[in-house]
Each structure stands twice: as C-alpha cells, then as structure tokens.
Ligand binder design. Structure first.
Ligand SMILES: Nc1ncnc2c1ncn2[C@@H]1O[C@H](COP(=O)(O)OP(=O)(O)OP(=O)(O)O)[C@@H](O)[C@H]1O
Length: 280
C-alpha cells in the first residue's frame, strides 16, 4: 500500500538534531493522577510509550482511558504526577503548546466542522508547529507563506493517499461516516505529530473500514510514528499493538504483549466483571 509514498515520513519533527541520541521511550507518565471530586479517574499511572511503536490502552467502560488521553494532550490538568515527552517535563502544558511539541490527538466522536469542506477540515488547526511568528502571519511574510504552501501541499498529499482528494471540495458532512473519520486522521497527521493519541478510532466503522484502519496504523508505525491506541475492538488491538496497558477503575492492572494480555486472568476478570471483552 503506497499510502504515504509521496509525502515522506509522517511523524517526527523535521528539526531533530542529527547525531543526537534518540530516546527509546518517547512519552512517559510517572505517578499520573486525576481526581474528579472524590472519584479517582486515573490513579498513580506509570506508562511508557516506546518510540515508533503502538501502545494500546484498554480497559472496561469508565476505566480512565479517555481521561488519560485528555491528561496527555493538556485538556485536563493532572492532580498529581508528571508527563515527560522526549525526556522533557510537559505536565499541565496547554493543548496548543503540547501540539507544538508534537503531541496530537483524534477524538472518540469525531470533531469536524459541518459547514466546512473536507480540505478545510483537514487543514484547520495545523499551524501549531509552524515556526512563523505572529508578526510573520500579520505581514504575510515569506516564512509564513512558505509554511502555508507546505501545509497545503502536505494536506493535499495526505488526502490523496487516503483516496479523499476527489472529495476535497465537498462539505465534510456529505461524506459517509467512515470517510469522515479518515478526514480526522488526515487532520491529525497534517500536524506532523511525534506522538499520535487515538481515541477509539474504530468506533462506528464496519469490518472493511476496520481492516483498512489496521493497515493505516501499521503503515504509520512503519514510518516511525509513535502511537497510543485507546480502543474497545480487541480484534484491532491484538492485530496492531506492540504493547498493551490495561486500566481498571483508573489503575493499571496489567501490561505486556498482546499474547500475554489475552492469557491474563486479571484482565479477563476485569472485563467479565463488566460486560466481557468485545471482539471485532
Ligand atoms: N469531567 C469529568 N467529571 C467527572 N467525572 C468524570 C469526568 N470525566 C470522566 N469522569 C469519570 O471518570 C471515570 C473515567 O472516565 P473515562 O471517560 O476516562 O473512562 P474510559 O475508560 O474512557 O471509558 P469509556 O471506555 O466508556 O470511554 C468515569 O467514572 C467517568 O464517569
């Protein structure tokens, strides 16, 4: 599949210094906590995302998965603990600064602008990693224009690779649901993330779309992108994840390979206590 053939590497900051030792762990949480009143939505979470790998974060409903993503991308402020991105402490930074640092997310219930075209939706919000200053933007200076042209080209290439280029000028709401989710993925990738946080990307997809999603994720990993996959569809998780972290009632109860996760009685119990593991 030539999904990313023309646009070059998807992840990774273009300005990473050559010769610099790359850390194996790109994203780490240390004792991360989030309380909502008396409820511990996330409790003392130590989690490590290896560079260029897919880490799945799973658990029954209400286990704290979405809250963890919200903490990582700055939508929610932790009650305690630290978040380290490439060794730097980024705890409680606002979302726009985390996006600039390379942390980009998708949403459980896609957040597209219904009155905008596919292209506009894919392009919007992706100026966060631009180097141009406010002054450059106001003056519409050369640096801003160059970055704007590059972003448009990147969005166009990504739409092409997802087979969405012919739909670029259509209203996004005219597209079927599966394609709308792809637009969301293009928007996230256009931001050149180092870490992509995926909140239930398979929700609402049919089996063919889920198969394609698995192929996209494997392709992205092949390009070196680091991903956190929050997902209920165990078929997808077991197919693509390199490492699995399991939450229950906000706490990590298990982590390991997909094989070990499937065999774990602790994990089975956590799911059976609720509604059982949902297989794709
Ligand atoms: N803003 C909030 N205020 C109060 N409680 C919250 C808030 N957000 C989440 N919670 C609670 O925190 C707990 C964890 O919720 P979270 O959405 O993170 O779980 P989840 O694992 O993503 O669940 P699901 O799989 O159903 O999406 C739940 O008990 C939830 O009701």
């Amino acid at each position: 599949m030539a999904l990313w053939g023309r646009s070059g590497p998807v992840g990774g900051s273009p300005c990473r210094r050559t010769g610099e030792m790359e850390r194996k762990i790109l994203l780490e949480t240390v004792g991360l906590e989030c309380h909502f009143g008396g409820l511990r939505a996330v409790s003392n979470l130590d989690m490590r995302l290896e560079r260029g790998k897919i880490t799945a974060l799973i658990g029954p409903n209400g286990a704290g998965k979405s809250t963890t993503i919200n903490l990582l991308c700055g939508f929610v402020t932790p009650t305690a603990g630290r978040i380290l991105l490439d060794g730097k402490d980024v705890t409680a930074r606002p979302p726009h600064r985390l996006a600039k640092a390379g942390m980009v997310r998708t949403f459980q219930n896609g957040r597209l602008f219904s009155r905008m075209s596919v292209f506009e939706n894919a392009q919007i919000g992706n100026s966060s990693r631009m180097a141009a200053s406010v002054f450059d933007v106001v003056r519409r200076g050369l640096r801003w224009r160059t970055e704007e042209v590059n972003l448009r080209r990147r969005v166009r290439d990504l739409l092409d690779e997802f087979g969405l280029l012919a739909d670029a000028d259509r209203l996004v709401t005219e597209l079927p649901y599966g394609k709308q989710r792809q637009v969301e993925m293009v928007r996230a990738l256009a931001g050149s993330p180092d870490v992509l946080l995926l909140d239930e990307p398979a929700a609402g997809l049919n089996s063919v779309e889920r198969e394609n999603l698995a192929l996209y994720l494997e392709e992205l990993r092949g390009r070196g992108l680091t991903m956190l996959l929050v997902e209920h569809h165990m078929g997808l998780v077991m197919k693509v994840a390199d490492h699995v972290v399991v939450l229950n009632f906000g706490s990590k109860i298990f982590e390991g390979t997909t094989e070990k996760t499937q065999k774990s009685s602790v994990v089975a119990e956590a799911y059976l206590g609720r509604r059982g593991i949902q297989h794709a």
